[in-house]
Design a binder for this molecule. Structure first.
Ligand code: SAM
Length: 224
């Protein structure tokens, strides 16, 4: 996501510090400790401007939501949006400014219930496929982070990325529980919380692909 450099970005992020995970090592080694209640934890990777994370925190107060974004100026927009709606959700939402690649240093194994990837960068050139968030290297990380029976839920407008994701998931032993190439015409449309990208693409009439996949059991794929 390209964005003009934000003036006073650091100060604006600091003003939202109550929603920011500032010490990921401590927080993610004991994720329940950053919230005031114990609840299942969902992780969104590449949250962009935060519409989905805020929408899910409001709609599903029985879960904790951790939204990860690697670009500080983009995360700043998400944080300010979440601050502005703080009265609408319980204490169940935090943001982390980080590259998902580095989360393994911090996330307690098998501590996450569900991982969401929404409109991830497609990295169309095959030389860059390891950067795709559904590349097998990332799926191995997710397998380590997710609880047994945990789920990965992806949405994208990009058919090539969707096909690649299905192949990687199947190759790595994930169980495809549900998939569609037209989410908004599917039985899950009513419960769908839209992202910024999703709203833009669907306004242009583009169909949205989605897959839900169950993590393989320990021993069903590789040893880490
Ligand atoms: C195409 S945008 C989609 C944003 C949002 N999910 C949506 O659907 O509107 C992808 C976002 O993922 C972020 N991102 C990409 N790779 C990432 C990574 N490895 N770790 C954290 N964020 C990442 C980008 O900075 C960008 O904001």
């Amino acid at each position: 996501m390209r964005m003009r450099h934000k003036k006073h970005g650091a100060e604006r992020i600091a003003a939202c510090s109550s929603l920011l995970i500032e010490d990921p090592e401590a927080a993610l080694k004991e994720p329940q400790a950053i919230f005031s209640h114990v609840r299942p934890i969902c992780l969104e990777i590449g949250c962009g401007k935060g519409d989905f994370a805020v929408g899910m925190a409001i709609r599903y107060p029985e879960y904790h939501w951790i939204a990860v974004e690697r670009v500080p100026d983009v995360a700043c927009v998400a944080l300010e949006k979440a601050m502005a709606q703080k009265e609408c959700y319980p204490d169940n939402l935090r943001f982390l400014i980080a590259n998902a690649q580095n989360l393994s240093d911090w996330i307690l194994p098998h501590s996450i219930d569900c991982i969401y990837l929404n409109f991830s960068d497609p990295w169309p050139k095959s030389g860059y496929k390891k950067r795709r968030l559904t590349h097998e290297n990332f799926l191995r990380l997710y397998q380590r982070w997710l609880r047994p029976d945990g789920m990965l839920k992806c949405k994208t407008d990009n058919v090539d990325l969707f096909d690649f994701s299905l192949e990687e998931l199947e190759k790595c032993g994930w169980k495809i529980e549900w998939q569609t190439r037209d989410l908004h015409a599917s039985e899950k449309a009513a419960d769908n919380v839209m992202t910024e990208y999703e709203r833009n693409f669907s306004t242009r009439g583009q169909a949205i692909c989605s897959v839900w996949a169950r993590v393989p059991n320990e021993g069903e794929t590789y040893e880490f």
